[in-house]
Design a protein around this ligand. Structure first.
Ligand SMILES: O=C(O)CCC(=O)C(=O)O
Length: 302
């Protein structure tokens, strides 16, 4: 049985929503939403196509990341393959592979692209370091939180993407690894025996198409599946709640450094330790849920 992610993330007209409406309904309460057409105001909306990227910067070399199982304990630091950018774009248009371009700093290679868009005035302050993401059909971005705990605005330019979100309050039920922002569960093939917490997890989903911007509030878990080959861009704002902001700074500094050092000392042992902690926390979260559930009323026997 699949995990319940049947709740649809609401979709609103992003070309019409006002700052006041966005703050009141989504940003302040930290609720996900799809802002359809938010980027219509910028040239990138029509200009950024596969052909445009192939022609304007096809000759650069790009480092690509796969979804190999053995990578689960590692952060995305060492690429699995290197290729010319236009060859890669042709590949993802043509066939499924697991190679993705993740957190691609495209603007370092071509700073003129920065003139093709702005930062929508519905939120702020923005962290002005945009990243692009490219991927082939069927590739999956395994479930994670962003380590800086920022609010993410992810816009789709080409292809379709299925996004599944879970609130940060469900981190323990999703077996978040300590000192890390990854989960060890595969939500597409949930193993309820090994991960009983998944019985209680409940997410929401949306299908993104060209011109859709999904707002993923700070700390939200995201699992992304490329339905067709395509690409998108993420911009971020600083977490607007103090605990998340503190958690983001902590994540970028102490947690990341500790995790890197411990992995260098004994990667296998460290990973086993983190998994044990994740299981313990999940059991505690399940117990809490069960305590809150009212006891079953027994009908008197007749
Ligand atoms: O769209 C993608 O490929 C990944 C996006 C993502 O994980 C993010 O913006 O944090």
């Amino acid at each position: 049985m699949a995990i319940d992610v049947s709740t649809q993330i609401p979709i609103v007209d992003g070309s019409k929503i006002t700052k006041e409406e966005f703050y009141r309904d989504y940003y302040r309460p930290q609720k996900p939403v799809v802002l359809r057409g938010l980027w219509k105001q910028y040239p990138a909306y029509t200009k950024w196509t596969m052909d445009y990227f192939k022609k304007s910067m096809g000759s650069i070399e790009v480092g690509l990341f796969g979804n190999r199982k053995e990578d689960i304990a590692k952060t995305l630091q060492v690429p699995n393959a290197v290729m010319r950018f236009d060859d890669y774009l042709n590949l993802i248009e043509r066939e499924p592979t697991d190679l993705r371009l993740f957190l691609f700093p495209v603007f370092k290679h071509k700073p003129e692209l920065l003139k093709d868009f702005g930062y929508p005035n519905i939120a702020g302050p923005y962290i002005k370091i945009p990243f692009m993401f490219f991927g082939p059909a069927k590739s999956v971005v395994r479930m994670h939180q962003d380590i800086d705990m920022s609010n993410v605005f992810l816009t789709q330019f080409h292809g379709q993407k299925r996004v599944v979100l879970f609130p940060p309050s469900q981190s323990d039920l999703l077996y978040r690894l300590p000192f890390n922002v990854h989960s060890i569960v595969d939500i597409d093939h949930p193993d309820y025996e090994e991960f009983p917490g998944l019985n209680y997890a409940k997410g929401m989903s949306a299908l993104l198409e060209h011109g859709d911007t999904i707002f993923m509030p700070s700390g939200y878990w995201h699992h992304i599946e490329y339905v067709t080959g395509g690409f998108g861009l993420a911009i971020r704002t600083v977490a607007n709640k103090l605990p998340r902001l503190t958690r983001g700074i902590w994540g970028l500094s102490v947690l990341r450094i500790t995790d890197n050092i411990a992995r260098k000392i004994n990667e296998k042992k460290w990973f086993e330790y983190k998994k044990r902690v994740a299981h313990k926390r999940a059991l505690r979260a399940i117990e809490k849920i069960r305590e809150k559930q009212p006891p079953l009323k027994l009908e008197p026997a007749h």
